[in-house]
Design a protein around this ligand. Structure first.
Ligand code: HAM
Length: 431
């Protein structure tokens, strides 16, 4: 590409990425594992729009959160409405429940979703402006056993996609009964060290001092270490919920660390919060996080329906996953002459109806050139269709991986490919 052409070329927007076919195959594998596991736990997919009314996140995610104050992709549409590309999924599910009266269905409700989210943050390794989440939400289940079950499910998924070295951080952030007293104690403590805080955190002292714990700046973190901790302020109900939650985590033999400053960056949490972090992974080490939010549905004008859930970042999951793509296997047709080309078209159509992926090339070539082409595109099978084969109704099949040859009708060759491929796949999955 010349310099001039390069200058004219349009690139993707900063913080967004193309997922090219080889990587997309890994995404498909992780998504497939996630769907299977979510469905094992009774979750059903709920697909909400990518674009939502801005107030949904202002009210749900929270007016004092960094997401709402700094990171939303918000614009006015042609109808003069303020709309936002969703920065997270939880408020959308709550909206959908109320809009479609899903609360009338047998509870608990269990929904999952896999898709893109948007946050205008500084891009770096593991942090993008368009990223993807695997999200699960449960509604109408107060029992702390469900908080633990969600974590056990996440743990199962991480194992399935080869993620190791994950630490589960847990905490309780209380509820509207006990949090005001804690908020007051926090505000007083923060006011005492206000001049040591960054301008952003100074603002948070009055609005929501809990958010100071989210700040990544060393000065603010050092100041936050002197703050009172929520554990000492929990009401009896929250204390008991947390105690039971830990009992269930122990039951699953999940090891965890209680992290009393884990308040998470979203305003809606009540009681349980948790995060899945990978050691030695730099600043963006949280591959998933979630917690309980017992008041969001009610605050949106819906019924009194408690909620709890989790989201895992797909990009971060893939960065630490040891999953390896099994390359796609293709049959290639080496045809000579127009009649053979037409026979190849029909043969490929038949193979595909048997579930065999095929690659066709239409250019007339010598047999040698067909084979070098098949090698180049890594075709695993080559079917030779020439005039002699057409006349005899018998075709040659070459297994490119094992350098073996077979002869037979198209039905016989399709059977050979299906048998060999299924034993190859089971050998690869055992590796
Ligand atoms: P969150 O902690 O904001 O929670 O995001 C969940 C996960 O999404 C993070 O742990 C991270 O893996 C990924 N993530 C977040 N921002 C980015 C980014 N800019 N680039 C790449 N990955 C990112 C929530 O979103 C809550 N809605 C989770 C939840 C569900 N709570 C209850 N239910």
């Amino acid at each position: 590409m010349s310099r001039e052409q390069k200058q004219q070329a349009i690139s993707s927007i900063k913080g967004t990425r193309d997922i090219l076919p080889e990587e997309a195959r890994l995404w498909q594998m992780v998504e497939e594992s996630a769907r299977k596991i979510f469905e094992l736990y009774g979750f059903r997919e709920l697909r909400a729009p990518i674009i939502e009314p801005t107030e949904l996140f202002e009210k749900g995610t929270g007016a004092s959160s960094d997401i709402v104050t700094k990171e939303m992709y918000t614009f006015t549409d042609k109808g003069g409405r303020s709309v936002t590309l969703r920065p997270e999924y939880t408020p959308s599910v709550v909206r959908a429940i109320i809009e479609h009266r899903l609360d009338l269905q047998p509870q608990p409700l269990r929904f999952y979703y896999i898709g893109p989210m948007f946050r205008y943050d500084r891009p770096q390794k593991g942090r993008y402006r368009q990223f993807h989440q695997l999200d699960v939400e449960v509604f109408g289940e107060k029992d702390p056993a469900v908080d633990a079950e969600i974590i056990e499910m996440a743990h199962r998924l991480l194992q399935a996609v080869g993620v190791e070295g994950v630490t589960i951080l847990v905490n309780s952030v209380g509820c509207p009964t006990c949090r005001p007293a804690y908020g007051q104690a926090l505000r007083e403590a923060a006011a005492r060290v206000k001049d040591r805080l960054c301008p952003d955190c100074q603002r948070k002292v009055e609005i929501n001092p809990l958010r100071i714990f989210d700040c990544k700046l060393e000065n603010c973190q050092a100041a936050a270490r002197t703050f009172p901790l929520i554990n000492d302020f929990l009401c009896e109900d929250c204390r008991e919920h947390f105690r039971q939650f830990l009992i269930y985590l122990d039951l699953y033999h999940l090891s965890y660390k209680i992290e009393p400053t884990l308040v998470r960056g979203l305003d809606y949490y009540t009681k349980t919060t948790f995060e899945l972090v990978v050691e030695n992974f730099g600043a963006q080490n949280a591959i998933g996080g979630g917690g309980r939010y017992d008041n969001m549905v009610k605050e949106f004008g819906g019924p009194d329906l408690c909620g709890t859930g989790l989201a895992i970042g797909l990009e971060r999951l893939l960065l630490v996953s040891k999953i390896e793509a099994i390359p796609q296997s293709y049959a290639y047709f080496a045809h000579r002459g127009e009649q053979a080309k037409q026979a190849s078209l029909l043969a490929a159509s038949y193979f595909r109806s048997c579930g065999i992926p095929c690659l066709l090339e239409f250019k007339e070539r010598s047999l040698k050139s067909h084979f070098s082409r098949a090698n180049k595109i890594a075709a695993t099978w080559v079917v030779i269709i020439g005039e002699d084969e057409l006349a005899a109704g018998e075709f040659q099949l070459k297994d490119m991986l094992r350098s073996k040859q077979y002869k037979g009708s198209l039905e016989q060759l399709a059977r050979i490919i299906i048998d060999k491929e299924s034993s190859r796949k089971s050998a690869l999955s055992k590796e």
